[in-house]
Design a protein around this ligand. Structure first.
Ligand code: GSH
Length: 208
């Protein structure tokens, strides 16, 4: 059985969604932010971050996008991602990496600004630049969704859920509908999705 180290309102959200959509059982371990960090957890997550996936063979991995791609690959029957060699595959890989390497780190710079400057007076500037970078990324994704129901391929994939997760973390979330209407359209649909509703009940990513 898989084990997932996760926490409410974190990148564990999209991985939990993957398991739920695939109907794959997993052992959920809710990790609290501990200070100092727990050594046993650092052994599997050197940066003390969730999510962490432990596979049935005992191996562990971090990185939300990589975990999503792996689960989609291991459970192809669930259609968590466009199939390899299908038309949407390149978009799926492209946008998963884009989101995890451009927008997610900008969230970290906003929410952990003290890590990104040695000058406490610089924190506000770090946060402002982080929001600007998020906004640049969301504009690219909104344009990619123009005239399309889904970010990759012709059906819901983990890329769409990843995007909605990041949108929900935007520190100025109220601007999403007017700034990025295509993202808002996608999100509006997913708010009604049974699996998302159930997950949101425990993660409280957005108002129910
Ligand atoms: N690149 C990692 C980032 C994971 C990450 O930053 N997780 C956050 C929660 S959303 C965390 O555990 N933060 C605690 C910390 O950085 O101290 C991924 O995509 O999984």
């Amino acid at each position: 059985m898989y084990r997932l180290y996760t926490r409410a309102n974190t990148g564990g959200f999209v991985v939990e969604a993957a398991f739920a959509l695939a109907g794959v059982p997993f052992d959920q371990v809710n990790v609290s932010m501990s200070d100092p960090p727990d050594q046993a957890f650092l052994d599997i997550s050197p940066l003390n971050q969730v999510p962490v996936l432990i596979s049935p063979d005992g191996s562990s991995m971090t990185e939300s996008a990589a975990i999503c791609i792996l689960l989609a690959e291991r459970h192809p029957e669930a259609g968590l991602a466009p199939a390899p060699n299908s038309l949407g595959r390149a978009d799926f890989l492209r946008w998963m990496i884009f989101m995890s390497s451009v927008i997610y780190p900008a969230d970290l710079r906003f929410y952990h600004a003290h890590r990104y400057t040695a000058d406490p007076r610089g924190m506000e500037a770090v946060q402002m630049a982080a929001v600007a970078e998020m906004d640049r990324g969301f504009a690219v994704l909104d344009a990619a969704l123009e005239g399309q129901d889904w970010l990759a391929g012709d059906r819901l994939s983990l890329a769409d859920i990843y995007l909605v997760m990041l949108a929900a973390w935007h520190p100025q979330v109220e601007k999403v509908p007017s700034a990025w209407p295509n993202i808002e359209r996608l999100w509006a649909g997913l708010r009604e999705h049974q699996v998302m509703r159930k997950l949101n009940a425990s993660h409280a990513m957005w108002p129910a």
